[in-house]
Design a protein around this ligand. Sequence first.
Ligand code: GDP
Ligand code: MN
Length: 380
Amino acid sequence: MKIHEYQAKELFRREGIPVPEGRVAETPAEARQIAEDLGGGPVVVKSQVLVGGRGKAGGVKLADGPDEARETAEAILGMKIKGLTVTRVLVTPAKDIAREFYLGIVQDRSRQRPVLMTSAAGGVDIEEVARTAPDQIVTTPIDPVLGLRPFQARQAAFHVAEGRTAAQMARIMVQLWNAYRRVDANLAEINPLIETPGGEVWAIDAKINFDDNGLARQPEIAGWRDPAESPPEENEARAAGLSFVKLAGNVGCLVNGAGLAMATMDLIQHFGGRPANFLDIGGSSSPDKVVTALDIITRDANVKAILFNIFGGITRCDDVARGIIEARRRADIAVPIVVRLVGTNEEEARDLLAETDLVPAATMDEAVQTAIRLAEGGAA
Ligand code: GDP
Ligand code: MN
């Protein structure tokens, strides 16, 4: 899950990271008022959308005082950035920038631990730096048990800066690590961390992404979810307790268990097809869940066939078959449905399906190949 810059800044503040003050406005008049409350000096008006590169897209603008802040907010509110409409702007005091640094902590799967990345090439697209000038990024692996040690932070900071600036930066790195750990993040980033001509250090941008599996113990943050982050179908699926990711193919998938769902998608690819989605209906055979799942999948006009791949264990196959038949009755579905059910009570399930227009398949290979053939307009 992602959160907005102003929310990430709030979490950073709690750790003691120096973040300029500021408030969020939904109207130009509010933006003007905030600029006035901040002392009437120069401010930055920043679109709050869940994508990077807002600056380049024209979604971050300097304004010289409250009146200009109102005009700037008027221009930015309603703007579309990478498909997302701006409904809120952060109004924050403008800082003079002498230097821009990059600080980020991400989960590094190959090292099996978080890493701190530090660079003097801040303010720009860090992926671009990583590609064109990887030597400009200092990488510091973090022991997940010991955490980021202060000496490691100093080493990294003095690699890109010096004196008081480096010392402040080292303290911020440890605070960034504390934030990362406390909120179950898988990315926490300050780009840029700036040094002012007077030698002050400020985090003027903030980004945190979360591990969704940690959200159960982060109720405050879970409540910050902005539905604009995902396609509407994914939000609807989440609300129904389904784990769903939309893809570009033509074979809709309904599978129980995330591992089997992944394997099903792999097999579709293997036989030359393309899955239209990832969908784990979980352990339950409830017709309601199946109806919701079918409804979401068939709304995608690309879907030309649907494949059920169910392994019955504690969930009994005949229960699932009843669920599918019931769902089939309630939902008006024009595309063919292939069903593979194995495990507990599979014979009963097969008998139930024999009386329907659902296409049974005995093995996973057969089910996948049949679904691909049907999706391409072939016969069962
Ligand atoms: P992003 O483009 O979405 O990463 O948004 P940022 O918050 O990083 O802002 C983009 C750029 O705007 C920064 O790299 C700065 O160059 C500029 N900027 C943002 N805040 C300030 C500020 O307070 N003062 C000045 N001078 N420039 C700023
Ligand atoms: Mn930035």
